[in-house]
Write a protein that binds this ligand. Structure first.
Ligand code: APR
Length: 263
């Protein structure tokens, strides 16, 4: 299970870190309260603040960090049953984790839909408008086009239902970089059997690890990249990690993105 804290080392602010989190830095937008920027009622009244923020979060400007590549390495080693992420930055896909292993629980910027006629709009058209400070409108009915990210009150993608099978099957749960404040995602952390170890890798103890700890919980506090480096070393995967990041650096540079952010 992953949250915005795994992407802060890539330069994308999380939501709730005091001072640096997105919700502490929305003063320049004319919104009644921080979460309004992700609420449909406000979006339809005034979509500009959201699209201004979307431009700042344009996925093309960021690249995966060591945390994403650790999750990719779990997949390469046949150990990743599924990655449930709340993040909309798409960095899990950029790191090479296949879509079949991903549940993007709060949606993704990779695609967009007209809010009136529900036509699917290609991501590249959507981003051309956003980057040119235009509110993207449907080419057919001129309705506002919204990226397929989940606003508060909207239903989660159907793939989220995979948790009904995945969590009872899992024999290890790793939770990284999330405050576990938003439902129904946060409750997934209670979905593994009591015999299954749960590992929290985060700046601070959060959610069920704080108020309903289990005997086999392990909590690794501090910066997520440093914690992942320690875990990789303990696993004896340092070389595999280095080879993977090197291979991805080559690929990403060829694609014209900057290389992975500093490990
Ligand atoms: N290393 C370790 N932990 C970190 C780091 C880091 N470099 N950076 C941030 N964190 C921790 C923060 O301390 C916090 O506990 O990651 C957590 C991020 O929490 P949030 O900002 O609340 O982000 P997230 O849990 O993903 O938010 C969930 O809220 O607004 C909605 O839809 C939005 O998906 C988002 C959801």
């Amino acid at each position: 299970m992953a949250g915005a804290g795994i992407s802060t080392p890539s330069g994308i602010p999380d939501f709730r870190s005091p001072g640096s989190g997105l919700y502490s830095n929305l003063q320049q937008y004319d919104i009644p309260y921080p979460e309004a920027i992700f609420e449909l009622t406000f979006f339809f009244q005034n979509p500009k603040p959201f699209f201004t923020l979307a431009k700042e979060l344009y996925p093309g400007n960021f690249r995966p960090n060591l945390t994403h590549y650790f999750l990719r390495l779990l997949h390469e080693k046949g150990l990743l049953l599924r990655l449930y992420t709340q993040n909309i930055d798409g960095l899990e896909r950029v790191s090479g984790i296949p879509a079949s292993k991903l549940v993007e629980a709060h949606g993704t910027f990779a695609s967009a839909t007209c809010t009136v006629c529900l036509r699917r709009c290609p991501g590249e058209d959507f981003w051309a408008d956003v980057l040119a400070d235009r509110v993207p409108c449907c080419g057919v009915c001129t309705g506002i086009v919204k990226p397929d990210i989940v606003f508060f009150g909207e239903a989660l993608p159907e793939r989220f239902l995979l948790h009904v099978v995945d969590f009872p099957m899992a024999d290890l749960l790793v939770v990284l970089g999330t405050s576990l404040e938003v439902e129904p995602f946060a409750s997934l952390s209670e979905g593994v059997r009591n015999s299954v170890p749960r590992v929290l890798i985060n700046q601070d103890v959060v959610g069920t690890f704080a108020w309903r700890p289990r005997s086999r919980d392990v909590v690794q506090l501090g910066d997520v990249v440093h914690s992942v480096e320690k875990l990789v070393k303990l696993l004896g995967w340092t070389e595999d990690m280095r080879d993977l990041v090197h291979q991805e650096t080559e690929k990403v540079l060829r694609m014209g993105r900057k290389g992975p952010s500093a490990a």
